[in-house]
Design a protein around this ligand. Structure first.
Ligand SMILES: [Zn+2]
Length: 144
């Protein structure tokens, strides 16, 4: 079967998300000059908290290529734990899209970023939370 890349925009940076990559996780730096749109590669997405952590982690890099690594690591870890505990799950073939899922993910990521001491301003936090929430829904995250 042909691989399907999912197109998302993270803080104005275009990415194609590869859900079937067999390595740990990667986001091309948005600042790199590329002939083809930058690709965010994930660690073969699975329905696990760890995979959700990797997804959020790489999306944060996609939103800000110079984001401080320990901040990205901690934010993704906390957001993934919160979202996983509230029932966010990954579906290879998601059946329904609801705005409530997007709102829920956005709110959770916004809350974690607001409390993370990253010194991002409100607008940047808002855009980041919005775009990661939209990407999460697009790749197949839903509430169970
Ligand atoms: Zn990283």
């Amino acid at each position: 079967m042909k691989k399907q890349f999912i197109r998302v925009v993270l803080n104005g940076n275009k990415y194609y998300i590869d859900r079937e990559a067999d390595y740990a996780g990667w986001a091309d730096n948005p600042g790199w000059d590329r002939t083809y749109p930058t690709i965010a590669v994930l660690g073969g997405m699975k329905n696990t908290q760890n995979s959700l952590d990797t997804f959020i982690h790489e999306c944060l890099h996609g939103c800000d290529g110079s984001a401080y690594e320990p901040m990205v690591t901690q934010t993704a870890k906390n957001a993934a734990a919160l979202l996983w505990n509230e029932g966010l799950r990954y579906y290879v073939r998601p059946v329904k899209v609801t705005n409530s899922v997007r709102k829920f993910v956005r709110g959770a990521i916004m809350a974690v970023l607001t409390g993370c001491n990253c010194k991002w301003d409100k607008l940047k936090i808002d855009v980041t939370a919005r775009d990661i929430a939209a990407a999460a829904v697009k790749v197949g995250y839903r509430l169970k």
